[in-house]
Design a binder for this molecule. Sequence first.
Ligand code: PAF
Length: 281
Amino acid sequence: MPVVRSIAKMQHLSRRLTAQGKRIGLVPTMGYLHGGHLALIRRAKRNADVVVTTIFVNPKQFAPGEDFERYPRDERGDLRKIAGAGGDIVFIPRAEEMYPDGFQTYVGVEQLTNVLEGSVRPGHFKGVTTVVAKLFNIVRPDVVVFGMKDFQQAVVLRRMTRDLGYPIRYMVAPTVRERDGLAMSSRNAYLNPVARREALCLYYALRTAKAMVRTRVMDVHKIEREMRGVILSTCPTAKIDYIAFTDLSTLTPRRKIAGDVVASLAVRVHGVRLIDNMRLA
Ligand code: PAF
């Protein structure tokens, strides 16, 4: 499986594949792959001839004090997993080449990035949209697949793809969960055994919300109150960054559950910040 580390080589390879009539699927990642990423690769493979997986821990989407330095990395393991999932090419650009000296050009999406994660991680989405636009320009994919686990990211990047007119089929794959319900995430590697158990508080809270909606409780304040109770009874030291109920595609806040509403939350479990979400109706 070819591993490409230079932008020029990746551009050349993509152009050649396109000239041969091959449809390119792209799966952007920050590495330390888990079952969720592998599901994205398999989804891309079903919708394209050649799948390019990128591994790049993007410094621009981490604020000072966040976990950029200690973000888990395992290139050798990742390459093995990508090959096993049917990936064809891996692009691992160097930070110096992605962001050369004097770099000062960014891509930004406006309103959609002011809420949820954007409200607590200023600058985060500007880093995400900039790097993904660069990856689009380098790889020139026909299809791209992102995960629903990062729900807001999926909405923001869909907007960017449309607004900038990229001729790319945009796909979002469902969240993959561990057997007990914890959403797969590279950051789960930070959890010690107690934190791992208590990290289920996010999933339990979301399941509670879903069960309430099934019994026709449609008032988000009531649902949120229950969710907070579930979180704190599962993880008494949890710090809740936010619990939000928003429209699936516009991210506008909802006071009542009606239409396609997503509950999303960010919680610090023993110091590890985790996010998760679930469609309620
Ligand atoms: O979801 C991620 O891992 C990252 O935000 C992405 C899309 C690869 C951009 O760095």
